[in-house]
Design a protein around this ligand. Structure first.
Ligand code: ADE
Length: 240
């Protein structure tokens, strides 16, 4: 899968996504992440990409032209190699809230363009022209779209086959089946007087599975009653 991040701070996203599992996945070719500097596309001779807002108000707005040209250049490259038009996600607190379902849906795309705003946002006219999806990572306001784009790339990329080495982990973990994950333990067996639950040492896989299931259900009910309700509704509708 190819991620194309349109940003004024390419080094920020490349550094953030160049480490750990996502960095390894890029090196191994399971995903490709390119950061396109919107400033490279401005026609302003001083490299300016922002201006005051019509109607007044604090702050500067990213102008339509450099955003449009950057996005068009990327779409043309994608079309030349795949014949397709990529979805363009504008990360904004005004978007639909990002969730695991959305990550799954976007992981099926071959190419994905993520547009990061900065300052007070982006001229509405270019958004109307190029954006297909408006996505927020939560009800709070950040200084720019780079962190939200990085969050989305991480969550989507780890669902791309080959990115995670243990292929089970994307299914059994939190949200894999709509429930929170069960507690996990590693060595030593006793740490500061706390023992690993006996059943996990029993070697009885059926019992371990049952214990984990119960823990997941209890934990979800206690910590995320909203998810628990949704899970009950779903399993009543489609019993497993
Ligand atoms: N840009 C600023 N805040 C944001 C948020 N919460 N989600 C997505 N993009 C943003």
């Amino acid at each position: 899968m190819n991620f194309h991040i349109l940003t004024l701070f390419p080094e920020m996203v490349l550094q953030g996504l160049g480490a750990s599992i996502i960095g390894r996945a890029s090196e191994q070719g399971y995903i490709r992440i390119e950061a396109v500097n919107i400033r490279d596309y401005t026609l302003d001779k001083h490299g300016k990409v922002d201006d005051y807002t019509y109607g007044g108000g604090a702050g500067m707005l990213m102008q339509a032209q450099p955003v449009y040209d950057a996005c068009t250049a990327v779409q043309e490259r994608i079309a030349a190699s795949s014949g397709r038009r990529a979805r363009v996600v504008y990360v904004t607190p005004q978007g639909q809230t990002f969730c695991q379902e959305m990550a799954k849906e976007l992981a099926a795309e071959e190419d994905l363009i993520l547009l990061c705003g900065h300052y007070e946002g982006i001229d509405e006219r270019v958004l109307e022209e190029v954006v297909t999806d408006y996505v927020s990572i939560g009800d709070y306001v950040l200084t720019g779209g780079e962190l939200p784009a990085m969050v989305m790339v991480d969550a989507i990329a780890r669902l791309v086959p080959g990115v995670l080495h243990n292929s089970d982990s994307a299914v059994t973990e939190t949200f894999g089946d709509g429930l929170l994950e069960y507690p996990q333990y590693s060595r030593p067996e006793v740490w500061r007087g706390r023992k690993v639950p006996e059943v996990l040492l029993s070697g009885d896989h059926a019992k371990v599975d049952e214990w984990r299931r119960t823990q997941s259900l209890e934990r979800t009910k206690a910590l995320r009653p909203d998810l628990y309700e949704a899970y009950l509704k779903k399993t009543l509708q489609f019993p497993q």
